[in-house]
Write a protein of this length. Structure first.
Length: 278
């Protein structure tokens, strides 16, 4: 993992993301690219060339000053950090920049709370997740010693999720993480018997592994009233350090599963959450 991108707004939660990035950078000898989106005013587009230049210069100086304070952290000692300031209007541009910079992982802070008006849904974090082809790690609390050992991957057993599953396995192998695949069985029209779940899981794994499923790869079946509840309860039972979920580009993580499992997980989970594009 050579490069980590951390989009920042200089908030406290952005600082949490930066500290986690620093921990990973020290482990993998990675470079951190810190990106701030200036967000020049809409009036900027109607100003004269000299006025545009003056406003852009003002915002650049302001960003540089804020960077000096924001990056003055002891945990960044010995870590290569590159500062970037861009006037992006749409968040898909972050995905393009990540590709141009050969970014391996995006880390963002989030302060999602509860309900659909929650910060994650419609927020900058959600917009980055929705448009990113690169895994996004969401940090909600101070995690000064980020060193996960066990991750729970919420698996819906759909063939279209195999790409996300492969990408997750590849990244977690680099992190030397133990991976638990979890399927949550709900008491609704999609309820499956044990035999039906096993049949669907066997098919998923055989397709994912070209018929040669590693002996240590298994799917855990959990029954609960919601996928969110099932994931949380299982993660708590096994003392997981991280929750992983697949995401869909068209609707982000909000509707990948039936209902709103993605946004619920990120908003309510105290654990870090990492997303992988389907």
């Amino acid at each position: 993992m050579k490069k980590i991108l951390v989009p920042v707004d200089f908030s406290e939660h952005a600082g949490y993301a930066l500290e986690v990035a620093a921990n990973l950078a020290k482990i993998f000898n990675s470079e951190i690219v810190v990106l701030h989106m200036m967000g020049l005013s809409e009036a900027y587009l109607t100003k004269s060339e000299s006025e545009e230049a003056a406003e852009a210069h003002f915002y650049m100086k302001l960003a540089k000053k804020r960077y000096e304070t924001f990056l003055d952290k002891p945990f960044l000692k010995g870590v290569k950090v590159t500062e970037m300031v861009q006037n992006y209007k749409i968040f898909s541009e972050i995905n393009q920049l990540a590709k141009e910079q050969n970014i391996d992982l995006i880390i963002m802070g989030s302060h999602g709370t509860s309900g659909v008006s929650e910060i994650f849904v419609g927020s900058n974090t959600e917009k980055v997740v929705r448009t990113s082809d690169i895994p996004v790690l969401v940090i909600k609390e101070p995690t000064p010693l980020f060193n996960p050992k066990l991750v729970v991957f919420a698996c819906d057993l759909r063939v279209e999720s195999i790409k996300a599953y492969h990408n997750a396995r590849a990244l977690f192998a680099k992190w030397d993480l133990k991976l638990h695949l979890v399927y949550v069985n709900l008491p609704n029209e999609e309820f499956m018997s044990t035999g039906e779940m096993k049949k669907k899981a066997d098919f998923f794994l055989k397709v994912a592994h070209n018929g040669e499923v590693p002996s240590n790869t298994k799917i855990v079946y959990v029954s609960d009233y919601s996928i969110e509840g099932g994931i949380f309860n299982y993660a708590n039972d096994v003392n997981a350090d991280l929750i992983a979920i697949p995401t869909h580009g068209r609707s982000g993580i909000a509707h990948f599963f039936k209902g709103s499992i993605g946004e619920d997980v990120v908003n309510h989970a105290n654990l870090p959450v990492i997303t992988f594009r389907v």
